[in-house]
Design a protein around this ligand. Structure first.
Ligand code: AMP
Ligand code: MG
Length: 418
């Protein structure tokens, strides 16, 4: 008798996975290796930024009071007592009607409280004249205006991107505490599978899921051990899954989670004593996506169908990996878009459609990326988002406003909201 599985809502499935995620620990690494990692400590300003009052322009540092009353008809003359390039400091305080020539980024000399831009002056033999009064504080980049010492600037759990690197460098973090990265295991199951370099023979297909999953992990900077391909053979697959779980932090299998004669993953979970979190999700593609857990390690049983496999990774595996690393924004960003063409098929389950979004004169428009059945591989090669069509009896028409989930974005969002 075919096993009857009860589908659960996607939000519930996501929650069940995320509830099981335990963090993977931390390590200290060099700043130059930190791009793409998740901060395990907040960035606190170690000093003011800028660390001193400085000039934001190339010009002259003056005492504002000396410019009082200047007009086009009665220009005020200043004597220049020296020059301060970026990286240098003025040798002495300035006095009445004195000025330093000063360059962008250079520290303000003592007593100076305004900067006159070069363009606002006319040079003289001993300095320059100006034609308008300056306010105290005019054209000064103040100490601490960007960051105040002790202020928390970035919270732990934030992905380190190039801007974060700049901030870390500013405060002298030659090393930074980040989340360890989990090691993934990947196993492609299916007696029909050939390797990428094999010639096609009757009844067989090339393994596209294995390389795809590796690239999905690569995109996240996550290392993996590949356990290659395994024929649909219960004892052998059980052995490989067991070994893989011992050697990695979590395992992604593809294929074999359905109710067919050679779908052995359910039996493997049972043999190993893994707890199945769900084995049916109210979504297309990938309704058979299964997630189980054994000794705190997650087993992602993704469907063998390429579109389903891709989507299952993005919906369940990716946020779980990010949460293992303490990332506080593990979910794909969501946006509203106008559907660019009809999608008339009614959905018994929520449907994820690989699509391209684009900003047009009519706003954000999302167009499905072509053949979109769960077994499609062509559409996953196109597009930059997933259109989400909630379940229901009606189809959708061009012009309807729909939700899209953005693929491949560096920074995600805090909540799963669909
Ligand atoms: P399964 O999930 O094992 O029932 O497989 C569903 C469909 O996906 C079948 O048509 C398989 O041949 C195909 N399939 C399974 N594994 C892969 C793979 N690694 N690469 C490409 N197609 C696959
Ligand atoms: Mg199979």
């Amino acid at each position: 008798m075919v096993e009857m599985r009860k589908p659960i809502r996607i939000a519930e499935a996501v929650k069940r996975v995320m509830n099981e995620v335990v963090s993977i620990g931390t390590e200290v690494i060099d700043l130059e290796d930190a791009y793409g990692r998740v901060l395990a400590e907040p960035i606190i300003a170690k000093h003011d930024v800028p660390p001193f009052d400085r000039s934001p322009y190339d010009g002259f540092a003056i005492r504002a009071i000396d410019s009082a009353g200047a007009t086009g008809d009665s220009r005020i003359a200043f004597n220049v007592v020296g020059e301060i390039g970026a990286g240098f400091v003025g040798e002495r305080p300035i006095g009445e009607k004195e000025a330093y020539r000063i360059m962008t980024g250079a520290q303000m000399p003592d007593n100076a409280d305004a900067v006159v831009m070069l363009e606002q002056t006319v040079e003289t033999a001993t300095g320059f004249t100006l034609r308008k009064p300056f306010e105290p504080g005019e054209n000064i980049s103040y100490q601490g205006e960007d960051c105040k010492k002790g202020e928390q600037l970035i919270e732990a759990g934030t992905l380190i991107h190039p801007g974060t690197i700049a901030l870390l460098a500013t405060f002298g973090y030659a090393q930074v505490k980040v989340a360890r990265r989990p090691i993934a295991g990947i196993l492609s199951t299916g007696t029909e599978l050939l390797d990428v370099s094999d010639a096609l023979v009757p009844g067989k297909i090339r393994n596209s899921n294995g390389p795809m999953i590796r690239a999905q992990l690569d995109r996240m900077g996550i290392a993996y051990r590949s356990y290659g391909m395994a024929a649909d053979e219960l004892d052998h697959c059980t052995t490989v899954v067991k070994k893989a779980l011992e050697e990695t932090d979590f395992l992604i299998t593809t294929g074999g989670v359905s109710v067919g004669d050679y779908d052995y993953l359910p039996a493997i979970y049972e043999r190993l004593g893994a707890k199945v979190l769900f084995n049916k999700v109210a979504m297309r593609p990938g309704s058979v996506t299964t997630v189980a857990i054994l000794n705190g390690k997650l087993l992602f049983g993704l469907s063998g169908n390429p579109s389903a496999c891709f989507t299952g990774f993005e919906l369940f595996t990716r946020p779980a990996i990010l949460q293992m690393m303490g990332d506080t924004t593990p979910y794909m960003p969501r946006m509203a878009a106008t559907l660019g063409e009809d999608f008339t098929k009614p959905n018994p389950f929520t449907r994820f459609i690989r699509a391209t979004w684009e900003f047009t004169p009519n706003g954000v428009v999302a167009v499905p990326a072509g053949f979109n059945k769960s077994n499609a591989v062509s559409s996953i090669a196109r597009g930059n988002c997933l259109i989400v069509l909630p379940s229901g009896t009606r189809g959708y028409e061009a012009g309807d406003v729909v939700d899209i989930l953005l693929l491949g974005s560096e920074q995600g969002v805090r909540e799963w909201t669909l």
